[in-house]
Write a protein that binds this ligand. Structure first.
Ligand code: SF4
Length: 306
């Protein structure tokens, strides 16, 4: 059996920074430390931090002291409320997300209608929307984008900005960019800023490359992790037999024995421990009668530049 492990699998820069930061604060803390929402969308990471003493709350109103802001940011009002409550914030919002907030705020001030590609319920977009002013909408699909663009053609708005969630699918964003440029070519000022994170883009490209070469593709990551789910979508599109798992316990040994070439990728919020456990599972000969040959070494877990 041959296994190809993605070079970019696992923690990205922003996730590593937030998780390491939280651990550092926990070590230094003399009082309880809170975290607003899930620091990253990965159960194993959250459970480990809970064991180390981090308290997770959904609202800044529930925080009683030093509070960590997660990698994918919070809405603008959180900063104000924390100030009123005299809460000390450790802001680990990823610089990539802060950049999107900055762009959204600037263009909103300049009178642009903002189209944000991404999930309506994802915390990152809820945060970004608070910087977009009143004239904005979140679009999840190409169909929704087409409808919104049609509405904009008939509206009073003449300036439109297209941006996206950091983990949005690159191919979908490019398609929407094409439509917007075609439909709003006359009488509109259209600005398109690709705010998909490089970390996301690299993992998507590599997933596609590996999925095309293998018979079976394993994506490791949290069920709520947007970037992991995108990798799973890409894997399925390019490899008929693809699965998405959180831990090695979800691997079906019987099924694995049918394949010679297996690909492994992991989302940007998947800890190294989860990836190593899967590799160990194969190395320890859990798949019978197979010679194991790891083709690609995962040497660097956050190789992308911001
Ligand atoms: S995926 Fe990108 S934007 Fe999100 S935390 Fe990682 S580096 Fe930052």
């Amino acid at each position: 059996m041959e296994i190809i492990l993605g070079k970019t699998a696992g923690f990205c820069y922003g996730v590593k920074r937030a998780v390491d930061g939280a651990k550092e604060q926990l070590k230094k803390a003399t009082n309880e430390i809170y975290c607003l929402g899930e620091i990253v969308h990965n159960e194993e990471v959250i459970n480990d931090l809970k064991k180390e003493g981090l308290r997770f709350v959904e609202d800044v109103k529930e925080s009683k002291g030093d509070t960590i802001i997660r990698a994918h940011g919070v809405p603008k009002n959180v900063y104000k409320e924390a100030k009123i409550k005299k809460i000390n914030l450790y802001d680990y919002t990823c610089p990539k997300v802060l950049k999107i907030h900055e762009i959204a705020e600037k263009y909103a001030k300049d009178g642009f209608y903002i189209l944000l590609c991404g999930s309506k319920t994802h915390p990152e977009n809820i945060g970004t929307l608070s910087f977009c002013g009143k004239n904005c909408s979140v679009i999840e699909t190409v169909e929704e984008a087409t409808k919104e663009i049609e509405n904009l053609r008939k509206s009073k708005f003449k300036k439109v900005l297209l941006i996206s969630q950091t983990t949005y699918k690159l191919e979908k964003f490019s398609k929407i960019e094409e439509i917007i440029k075609e439909k709003l070519s006359q009488g509109f000022i259209v600005e398109v800023i690709n705010t998909i994170c490089k970390a996301t883009e690299l993992r998507q490209i590599e997933t596609k490359e590996i999925a095309k070469k293998v018979e079976y593709m394993i994506i490791i990551g949290g069920k709520k992790s947007s970037n992991t789910q995108k990798l799973y979508e890409i894997a399925k599109e390019n490899c008929k037999h693809s699965i998405c798992i959180q831990t090695k316990d979800e691997i079906n040994i019987e099924e694995m024995s049918n394949y010679e070439k297996i690909g492994i990728m992991a989302g940007a919020s998947t800890p190294m421990k989860s990836i190593e456990n899967v590799i160990k599972f194969f190395k320890e000969g859990n798949v019978k009668n197979r010679h194991f040959d790891m083709k690609v070494k995962n040497v660097d877990f956050c190789d992308e530049k911001l």
